[in-house]
Design a protein around this ligand. Structure first.
Ligand SMILES: Nc1ncnc2c1ncn2[C@@H]1O[C@H](COP(=O)(O)OP(=O)(O)OP(=O)(O)O)[C@@H](O)[C@H]1O
Length: 376
C-alpha cells in the first residue's frame, strides 16, 4: 500500500533523509521511529505529497506521490505535527468543511462526518468550537479530519506529542482501532508508542534506515535473543568442565560465560546466551538437575525495544564519530546544525533549501488563511 524506494531529501547541504526504502502492507501500522532530527517529519511530508523528494520514489496505492499528488491526497489522511484547525468552527462544521474539500459527495457527507465523530469519540463535542477544546480533543479532531473521507492510508506525524498520559492512551487506542480498515504510518520518537501501537517498526537515525521488521523479530535478531543468569551450586564430586561442556552442547545455546570464575567451587555464576529465537532455559535446568546441582537463582533476560534502539542508534553515532576522529570532514553535521539554527527564520530556510523550498506545497494549501486561524 505504501512503497518507498531510495528516497532522499537534501535541504541545501543537509541530507535530511538518505536512500530510505520500506513498504507498508495493507491494514498494517508501521511505527517510524527515530530520535529528534532523524528525518521523520521530512519523510511524512514527502509521503503526504507536501514536499518533493530530491531523489527516489514513494508510491501510495500505486500512485507516485509527487507525480500524482492530487490522486494521493484523495487516498491519504494526514495529521501533521501541528494540525491545521479552524478554531472558530465547531467540530461538526469543520469536519463538513474538510469532507467537502476532500471531495466527499454531498449525499455522503453527513454519514462520513457522523462516522468520523463516532470513531474519534467526539459526540459530546460536536457542537463546540474547536478553540474551546482541550489539546487531547483537538488531536482527536485532527485524526477525525484525517479519516473523514475514509482514505485507505493514514499518515500520522507524532500524534501524541503534548498530550497528558490519559489522552495519550486514548489516542493510541483510537489509532489501533483504525488499523485493519486503514494502512497507517505513524512517526514517533517515543519507544513505548511503537511497542503499544504498531505491528512493525522502521528505525531511522541521521536520515538513514538502521532497521526494519517486526518488533519481536528485531529484538531477537539484534541482541542475540534471550539470555539467562544462573547461580548454581555444583556437588563436589562433579567435574565442572564436563558440566560446562554439556551446557555448551545443548541445542539453542550459543555461549556459556562464567560470570564469577574467581568464585571457585562449588558456587558458580553463569550466563547462558541463547541462539536467536531459541529458549533453552528448561533444558539448562534439566541438565543441572540431572547433575545434582542446586539452583539458587535463575533470571531470564530479554532485550527491550529501548536496548535495541540504543544499540542501533549508538552504533551509527559511533561510526560517525570514528570517521570524524579519522579527520574526515562532516559537512553534513555542520550543515545540519546551521540549518537547525536557521530553521526559525523563513528567509534563512528559503536560502538553505534553494528552489526546493519554493516548490513545496504548503501543508494547508486547501485551508486559506491558516496561519491566522492557528493563532486565533
Ligand atoms: N526546511 C528545512 N531546511 C533546512 N533543514 C531542515 C528543514 N527541515 C528539516 N531540516 C533538517 O533536516 C533534518 C531532519 O529533520 P526532520 O524535521 O525531518 O526530523 P524529525 O525526525 O522529524 O525531528 P523531530 O522529531 O525533532 O521533529 C534535521 O537535521 C533538520 O534540521
Amino acid at each position: 500500500m505504501i512503497e518507498v524506494e531510495q528516497l532522499s531529501k537534501i535541504y541545501g547541504s543537509t541530507k535530511a533523509i538518505e536512500d530510505l526504502s520500506f513498504q507498508v502492507e495493507p491494514g498494517e501500522i508501521l511505527g517510524f521511529l527515530g530520535p529528534n532530527g532523524a528525518g521523520k517529519t521530512t519523510t511524512m511530508r514527502i509521503l503526504a505529497g507536501y514536499l518533493p523528494a530530491t531523489k527516489g520514489t514513494a508510491k501510495i496505492a500505486g500512485y507516485e506521490v509527487h507525480e500524482n499528488s492530487m490522486a494521493v491526497r484523495q487516498r491519504i489522511g494526514y495529521l501533521p505535527e501541528s494540525p491545521p484547525l479552524y478554531l472558530d468552527m465547531t467540530v461538526e462544521s469543520f469536519l463538513h468543511f474538510v469532507a467537502r474539500i476532500k471531495h466527499v459527495a454531498g449525499g455522503d457527507r453527513r454519514d462520513r462526518v457522523n462516522t468520523a465523530i463516532a470513531r474519534c469519540n467526539l459526540e459530546e463535542k460536536r457542537n463546540i468550537a474547536i478553540g474551546k477544546l482541550s489539546k487531547g480533543f483537538r488531536q482527536r479532531v485532527g485524526i477525525a479530519q484525517a479519516i473523514v473521507h475514509d482514505p485507505p492510508v493514514i499518515i500520522l506525524d507524532e500524534p501524541t506529542v503534548g498530550l497528558d498520559p490519559r489522552q495519550i492512551i486514548e489516542v493510541r487506542n483510537l489509532i489501533k482501532s483504525l488499523a485493519g480498515e486503514h494502512t497507517i504510518i505513524l512517526s514517533t520518537h517515543i519507544l513505548p508508542e511503537v511497542s503499544m501501537t504498531c505491528s512493525r517498526v522502521a528505525i531511522i537515525n541521521r536520515g538513514k534506515m538502521v532497521a526494519t521488521g517486526g518488533i519481536e523479530e528485531l529484538m531477537s535478531q539484534l541482541t542475540g535473543g534471550t539470555s539467562y543468569d544462573l547461580e548454581v551450586e555444583i556437588p563436589p564430586e562433579k567435574d565442572w568442565g564436563n558440566l560446562f561442556e554439556s551446557l555448551q552442547n545443548l541445542p539453542g545455546v550459543s555461549e556459556i560465560q562464567a560470570l564469577d570464575p574467581q568464585g571457585g567451587e562449588p558456587h558458580q555464576q553463569l550466563r547462558v546466551i541463547a541462539e536467536s529465537g531459541e529458549e533453552p532455559g528448561p533444558d539448562v535446568v534439566g541438565i543441572l538437575y540431572a547433575a545434582g546441582c542446586r539452583l539458587h537463582e535463575m533470571r531470564r533476560h530479554r532485550a527491550s525495544l529501548e536496548e535495541v534502539f540504543l544499540q542501533l542508534t549508538t552504533e551509527e553515532d559511533r561510526t560517525v564519530a570514528a570517521s570524524e576522529a579519522a579527520g574526515e570532514t562532516d559537512s553534513e553535521t555542520v550543515a545540519r546544525e546551521s540549518a537547525e539554527t536557521e530553521e526559525s527564520s523563513p528567509e534563512a530556510e528559503s536560502e538553505s533549501d534553494g528552489a526546493q523550498v519554493e516548490a513545496e506545497a504548503p501543508e494547508t494549501a486547501e485551508m486559506p488563511e491558516n496561519e491566522e486561524v492557528r493563532e486565533g
